[in-house]
Design a protein around this ligand. Structure first.
Ligand code: DQQ
Length: 542
């Protein structure tokens, strides 16, 4: 089969070729942002995993360095899996990561690596001290489900860190807690920091956030009101569903307990960083801009045969700043501001009404590699469809039924991106407003790729999430980062995010178009739309 080179992303993180998955150990060190990631140097499928390493001054332009960690000691000779970085008291960064020590069974062990030369800002070489491993699966730990150590935090006299796990013989996912005085000897705490009946917890992440609405981030060890800590966030990547879920809660570092604010938030009413293709994510604190930054892996949804034909698979999402929403009930995410340096000349549309069933094309730019921000205004909510509470916890199912082509009362309205000239191919990113039994509006955001490509046998999942925003004024915004085979969207200023991978056969390069559409019965106004072509950053020498 012929796979177009025009599907390769332009400004999303990628190495020149081969397979990538989880972001590992992101950190800022002596002027550079570092990103390590799971990488197969030998092909476009998962396997032979090492820690590849790139550095950046701005999180957007990336320079590839030599791999940081490869199998080399008995406790990692069959694999170096995901992990995190911690800055120690003397300023040295330490990597904690999972090693595989035998060929047939995945027996998972936690290891440490340290820089050979901490004065090298590029942290090019790492060694594995003789006291490895630092944690092995002992009684009460399922050895095949024990991985992905977090960044450690310091409290009292101890470092603490989490390892993702699954309680033996159960479906209970756990954040197994370890303590250490010296970062060498680690002791498992009697109880996990938290657990829930969800299946295995991969790639846990645990960090403090500041007061509701405050965009500044906090270093991982910050604690208590005096330090500005309002809440803690625990994120887990669920092997079963392949989404990243988080809860917001209270952490007590004396009792060593984390209690989510929403007691059902682990299993029902689950919050996701992203309702699309975004997994194994990890945050870090950026001490330069005082922000917490989220990185996440977006897998392909193309066929394995196509991945192999293209010679590459997997990207990282655009780094996102992350903070506590003014409501205190969820997080907000927004692409790091450095991304805006890639913007070319803006194309503006203002005060344009889109009648029911109408659409218009945004012209004056090549939109296949672009950044689009739109402010919509709904003229009235009177015609909002009644909401069926059966879908309260299933936005995705609802959107699968009520896709972009299903006419509604208020919406669907939004963008058709990566659209072919004849509109036979298009990915719809849109809102649809419902009303519950009390007349309260409920906003659904969808990314509908069902028409994204005429290529047969593609996996085209519809993704969706609810948007907890006050639409009574009629206003709602949408930002989409369009990048050839990626559509990364932020609803209502980053309250709901959806990343989709799509593989158009015609809407490629200059043949891709951008439209605003309205398939509802209510007029929609585009009060402002700005679209920018995006330049190509340095991308690992590709
Ligand atoms: N990927 C890594 C594991 C992790 C999983 C292996 C999540 O450490 O649990 O490549 O995608």
């Amino acid at each position: 089969s012929i796979v177009s080179p025009l599907l390769r992303t332009g400004y999303h993180f990628q190495p020149p070729m081969n397979w990538i998955n989880d972001p590992n150990g992101p950190l800022y060190y002596k002027g550079w942002y570092h990103l390590f990631y799971q990488y197969n140097p030998k092909g476009a499928v998962w396997g032979n995993i090492i820690w590849a390493h790139s550095v950046s001054r701005d999180l957007i332009n990336w320079i590839a360095l030599e791999p940081a960690i490869s199998p080399s000691i008995p406790t990692d000779q069959y694999g170096v899996w995901s992990g995190s970085t911690t800055i120690l008291h003397d300023g040295t960064p330490a990597i904690l990561y999972t090693g595989i020590d035998r060929p047939s069974v995945n027996y998972q062990i936690q290891n440490i690596a340290l820089p050979k030369n901490a004065s090298d800002p590029l942290l090019r070489e790492w060694y594995k001290p003789g006291y490895n491993p630092i944690a092995v699966p002992m009684a009460g730990i399922n050895a095949t489900q024990f991985r992905d150590p977090t960044t450690a935090w310091f409290a009292g006299r101890h470092w603490r860190m989490l390892v993702g796990g699954l309680r033996p013989g159960t479906l209970r996912g756990e954040a197994i807690l370890y303590r250490s005085r010296d970062f060498k000897h680690w002791v498992r705490a009697k109880h996990p920091l938290h657990s829930a009946l969800t299946g295995m917890w991969e790639c846990p992440d645990f960090f403090p956030v500041g007061k509701a609405g405050v965009e500044n981030g906090l270093d991982t060890s910050e604690y208590g009101a005096a330090a500005g800590v309002e809440k803690h966030v625990l994120k887990n990547s669920l092997d079963l569903t392949r989404y990243d879920y988080y809860t917001i809660g209270t952490y007590d570092n004396v009792k060593e307990r984390y209690v989510p604010d929403n007691p059902t938030g682990d299993v029902y009413q689950r919050l996701q960083y992203d309702y699309g293709n975004f997994y194994a994510s990890k945050t870090f604190f950026d001490p330069v801009k005082h922000r917490r930054i989220l990185l996440g892996w977006a897998n392909e949804s193309d066929s394995v045969a196509h991945d192999k034909a293209k010679g590459w698979a997997g990207i990282q999402a655009i780094p996102r700043k992350i903070w506590l929403d003014p409501s205190g009930k969820q997080l907000v995410q927004w692409p790091v501001e450095e991304l805006e340096k890639l913007r070319g000349k803006p194309v503006n549309v203002g005060d344009k009404v889109v009648k029911p069933g109408q659409h218009f094309e945004v012209t004056g730019l090549q939109s296949y590699q672009s950044d689009v921000e739109v402010s919509f205004e709904v003229s009235s909510l009177d015609k909002a469809e009644p909401f069926d509470p059966a879908y309260s916890n299933d936005a995705q199912k609802l959107c699968g039924i009520k896709g972009a082509d299903v006419k509604g009362g208020v919406g669907p309205f939004g963008l058709w991106v990566l659209a072919s000239a004849d509109l036979a191919e298009k990915t719809a990113v849109f809102f649809r407003v419902f009303k519950d039994g009390y007349g309260k509006p409920i906003v659904l955001m969808c990314s509908d790729p069902t028409k994204s490509s005429l290529t047969p046998d593609l996996y085209k999942p519809t993704f969706a999430g609810f948007v907890d925003t006050d639409i009574s004024s009629g206003k709602i915004s949408l930002r989409s980062l369009i990048d050839r085979s990626v559509v990364e969207s932020f609803g209502a200023g980053g309250k709901t995010c959806i990343l989709s991978r799509v593989y158009p056969s015609m809407a490629l390069g200059k043949d891709a178009h951008l439209h605003v559409f309205n398939n509802g019965e209510t007029d929609i106004k585009v009060s402002k739309l700005t679209a920018w072509e995006m330049k190509r950053p340095l991308m690992n020498g590709a």
